[in-house]
Design a protein around this ligand. Structure first.
Ligand SMILES: Cc1ncc(COP(=O)(O)OP(=O)(O)O)c(N)n1
Ligand SMILES: Cc1ncsc1CCOP(=O)(O)O
Length: 524
């Protein structure tokens, strides 16, 4: 039987608001668009469980929605349920399969890639991946999978018929983040999400289910956010970048920046020079208000503190809600456990649109030993194949990745754009990476204005334009006669950026585009 797993309700009678009836709640949830129901009764005597399951079955039949039973094969048999959901320590799948009628659905909980492989081998129909986030509904004994941990588990299901739902702490406010982030490198996505408290504890389960449904349905439109990539060439990318530079001048986007205190002033000046408006604000209390008026947000962890960390968590989350782009600059992420944990927490809570870093920072983020860092700097000559590295990281993180260096590499998970502009002086001033982040945020704000997607397809152009504008301006500034070295370079850079003309960018741009399958070693 083909099941629509998209909105999978797992019941929890104990969570129903006082005075509300369980069957009323269930009917409301079904009316709101729940597509499959699991009866989960952890502390109920068999006779009561049976009664509940029978009444639920009748209701689900009315809506033509399949009913599954948690753990109890006997109850599933007794009420003619469509199948069961089993945990790792419940009855083995093979035994349950023998006891249940042919065609019954058997789902199993998995917490790791190994458990997912085992579930496939044993013939599960679907896996419940979790817990993704913390939850009050169940006392968890395994580590959290996290949004970024779902993708590797989904990889196991490629070329199988096994379906997958995510479970654990999933609610209206994080559903889009879960859907967007839970994608394997090979493109396998979730078939649905399982929800307990967000529906069961709701005063209005119908409206709640409709809201969840609406996010699920709208996400289908967003499933391949980078559809423009196929047609990108160096020439049309340059045209788009120049158009975007002009659009930014017209829009004058407000760019919210939580950045470090080494570069805050120069980042604000660089943002102004581009034609955008900087707003440097760190307090969590103003994150929601600022997200409403800003076009984009930059989160830079250079001088991270527990207080700014809270502002970063809140701001990215508020921007996700409003589909405003968030640029993450994981400055010196490899330098301390605090930075590492914070970057992990940030991207669990919200989806960045762009992650920008040097080779050492991006290597630390993905746990690669290929490139090492010293504080905020990258050590050595970088990745052997930066093209494949950025493309894979973009696929894993489901956003645009910018790898800065002598040549900058930018990918949306499909094409990779190499930009070879810049000047050695750029690497000699402090915070050149940080101001790159400000430029990317400003152009992404202008590029994704009005986007309905969490990561708009135009983010790639925004990131490319940010890097291109700054590196071309750096070339022009370095040639100015009065520039003697790093001290005179920075003001000249600000001047040149504010006067940057379309013709200059067109003449100077050194852009190479690698197609979706090309690696660093491939010649055109
Ligand atoms: C869809 C789905 N996924 C996971 C679970 C958890 O099941 P289990 O590990 O058996 O834990 P309990 O639910 O029995 O506490 C689930 N119920 N549904
Ligand atoms: C049953 C279960 N298994 C893993 S997390 C979980 C509970 C999910 O409940 P909620 O949706 O309320 O977080």
């Amino acid at each position: 039987m083909a099941i629509d797993y998209s909105l999978y309700l797992v019941t929890g009678r104990t969570q129903i608001p006082e005075g509300m009836d369980y069957l009323y709640s269930l009917e409301e949830a079904l009316t709101g668009g729940v597509t499959v129901v699991q009866i989960r009764e952890k502390e109920t005597e068999t006779n009561e469980f049976l009664e509940i399951a029978l009444a639920s079955k009748q209701l689900c039949d009315k809506f033509n929605v399949p009913l599954l039973i948690n753990d109890r094969i006997d109850i599933a048999l007794a009420v003619g349920a469509h199948g069961v959901h089993l945990g790792q320590t419940d009855m083995p799948i093979e035994v349950a399969r023998k006891l249940l009628p042919e065609g019954s659905i058997i789902g199993i909980s998995v917490n790791s890639v190994l458990e997912a492989r085992d579930a496939v081998k044993r013939g599960a129909d679907y896996i419940g991946v979790g817990a993704v986030y913390g939850t009050k509904t169940k006392a968890l004994t395994n580590p959290l999978v996290g949004v970024t941990g779902v993708g590797p588990i989904l990889d196991v299901l490629v070329d199988t018929n096994v379906k997958a739902v995510a479970i654990g702490g999933i609610k209206e406010s994080n559903l889009l983040r879960v859907l967007h982030g839970s994608t394997s490198v090979l493109g396998r996505t979730l078939d649905g999400v399982a929800v307990v408290s967000d529906i069961m504890a709701s005063e209005d389960p119908q409206t709640k289910s409709k809201a969840l449904r609406q996010i699920l349905d709208s996400y289908k439109l967003d499933i391949r956010p980078y559809a423009f990539s196929d047609t990108i060439t160096a020439e049309n990318l340059l045209d788009s970048a120049v158009d975007l530079m002009n659009a930014l001048l017209e829009q004058n986007p407000l760019v919210h920046q939580i950045t470090n205190n080494v570069v805050a002033t120069q980042s604000a000046n660089i943002t102004l020079a581009l034609g955008a408006s900087p707003l440097m604000a760190t307090a969590p209390a103003e994150a929601a208000d600022i997200a409403k008026i800003a076009s984009a947000c930059l989160i830079n962890i250079g001088t991270l503190t527990p207080e700014t960390r809270e502002g970063m968590l809140r701001s990215g989350f508020e921007c996700n809600k409003l589909r405003k782009p968030v640029v993450l600059d994981p400055v010196g992420v490899g330098a301390s456990g605090f930075r590492q944990q914070t970057v992990h927490d940030l991207i669990e809570l919200w989806q960045p649109s762009v992650i920008k870093g040097n080779a050492g920072e991006l290597a630390a983020m993905v746990g690669s030993c290929e490139v090492l860092s010293k504080g905020v700097d990258s050590v050595g000559s970088g990745f052997r194949d930066p093209v494949t590295f950025v493309r894979n990281m973009a696929r894993r993180q489901r956003c645009v990745i910018v790898l800065t260096g002598e040549t900058d590499y930018i990918s949306d998970g499909e094409v990779v754009v190499a930009l070879a502009n810049g000047d050695p002086l750029l690497g000699m001033i402090t915070g050149s990476g940080c101001i790159t982040g400000s430029c990317i945020a400003a152009y992404c704000g202008a590029a994704t204005n009005g986007s309905k997607a969490l990561v708009s397809p135009t983010t790639l152009v925004g990131a490319v334009t940010g890097v291109l504008a700054l590196t071309v301006a750096a070339e022009v500034a370095a040639r100015r006669k009065d520039v003697q070295g790093r001290g005179t370079f920075l003001p000249a850079l600000i001047d040149k950026l504010s006067l940057l003309r379309e013709e200059t960018v067109r003449n100077a741009a050194k852009i190479k585009v690698y197609g979706p399958k090309a690696s660093f070693d491939d010649e055109e």
